[in-house]
Write a protein that binds this ligand. Structure first.
Ligand code: SAM
Length: 368
């Protein structure tokens, strides 16, 4: 079976690595997504274990279409009854870019009609109750290349369940996980985030270090599907639980100028049981003092969007440049959309990597 894992721009290589480690075949990174192949039984493992992908979709069909007729005929030709039971709910959504077929509502209607037509023939019915499990159909059309998919995740994979409340500008969990992966957070490391906000980077770092699978405590839409036995989901959750490393040396220090944010980090960390591995405080960056000989600092400082804010944000970059002393055993990893970042920070990064924080193009600067 063919699958697609959409992901944030810049993280395709990391998602491909996760998928290969999981034993997926023909892993092909593209722009903003990774295609791969595997058995249906892979669905629970991929949903529970992937840290950086946004969701897991089954690819039902891929073809070129420049007219509604072509779209209709090719969607109709897909063997839908092999995916969807008689009572399946199958809403359709999607997007189109640089393509002849650009009206989303029209594409939605055509795809829906074609699926109804195909299922109607196979099941011998013309009316669909759609009161069963949800099989969200998602389509993408890029330069006339259509991909029609079925969503196995439901809520995006970034929703791990620990961030019931968040502060003003939280970073997406999947992006924080990518930053921790790039900085090679290990179970014997000490992680620092002096702009911790609601604690996303610290918690993702702790989960990576302790091998805690991000999805084992949440549900997925395909758990309602009849083609995946409940026992398989249970088996994968048990496997995830058994693989957690207990008693690791990992520790994290987090701080923020906002005491409410520190409080949030504290309560969010409880969800995966990593609170004891965090030492938190309310502090201004200007008072940052490392507590250990070695450390991995990963941070998402304020960016500043209006002119005054940009000035204030840059002042923080200057402060960081003075405080983050280059020394053996330390790495400093900072994400920022500011193209002048290195100049203001006062040093050229050893590594730079393009990452998107939502739609915002950023660079992840690594000093080590
Ligand atoms: C972009 S947010 C970080 C969000 C965080 N990564 C999360 O996922 O919630 C920036 C944080 O920097 C904090 N901050 C602003 N100025 C600061 C300063 N001078 N010292 C320390 N923290 C500061 C803000 O309170 C805010 O929580």
């Amino acid at each position: 079976m063919k699958f697609c894992a959409p992901c944030l721009f810049g993280t395709e290589g990391l998602v491909a690595e996760e998928l290969r480690e999981m034993g997926c075949e023909n892993v092909t990174p593209e722009n903003g997504r990774v295609l791969f192949e595997g058995q249906t039984s892979l669905i629970p493992r991929a949903n529970i274990c992937l840290r950086i992908a946004e969701r897991i979709l089954i690819v039902a069909g891929q073809f070129e279409a420049k007219s509604f007729e072509e779209l209709f005929e090719q969607v109709k030709a897909i063997h839908w009854s092999s995916y969807l039971p008689k009572n399946a709910a199958f809403p359709v959504k999607g997007w189109s870019l640089n393509s002849a077929l650009h009206s989303i509502p029209d594409c939605q209607k055509i795809i829906k009609k074609a699926i109804v037509n195909s299922l109607g023939k196979d099941y011998g019915i013309s009316w669909f109750t759609e009161d069963g499990a949800n099989y969200q159909i998602r389509f993408s059309i890029l330069k006339d290349e259509v991909t029609v998919m079925i969503d196995t995740s439901g809520e995006g994979l970034h929703k791990r369940g620990y961030r019931a409340h968040s502060n003003e500008a939280p970073i997406k969990e999947t992006l924080a996980a990518a930053m921790c992966k790039i900085a090679r957070v290990r179970d014997y490391h000490t992680l620092y985030d002096p702009f911790c906000g609601s604690g996303t980077i610290l918690i993702e770092g702790a989960m990576l270090a302790n091998n805690i699978m991000p999805g084992y405590r949440r549900g997925f839409v395909s758990e309602q599907w009849e083609q995946i036995p409940t026992a398989l989901w249970q088996q994968e959750r048990t496997r995830a639980l058994d693989s957690i490393k207990h008693g690791s040396e990992f520790h994290a220090f987090g701080s923020d100028i906002d005491s409410a944010a520190v409080e949030l980090t504290h309560s969010n960390a409880a969800h995966f049981g990593v609170r004891k591995q965090l030492t938190l405080s309310t502090a201004d960056i200007k008072d940052f003092v490392p507590k250990t000989e070695k450390g991995t600092l990963i941070t998402n400082p304020p960016y500043g969007e209006r002119m005054m804010d940009v000035k204030a944000a840059r002042e923080l970059y200057r402060t960081m440049g003075k405080l983050f002393e280059p020394k053996r055993g330390w790495s400093y990893n900072i994400i920022s959309p500011d193209e002048e970042f290195e100049k203001i920070y006062g040093a050229k990064a050893r590594k730079r990597r393009k990452l998107y924080n939502g739609m915002l193009k950023c660079t992840y600067y690594s000093y080590f």
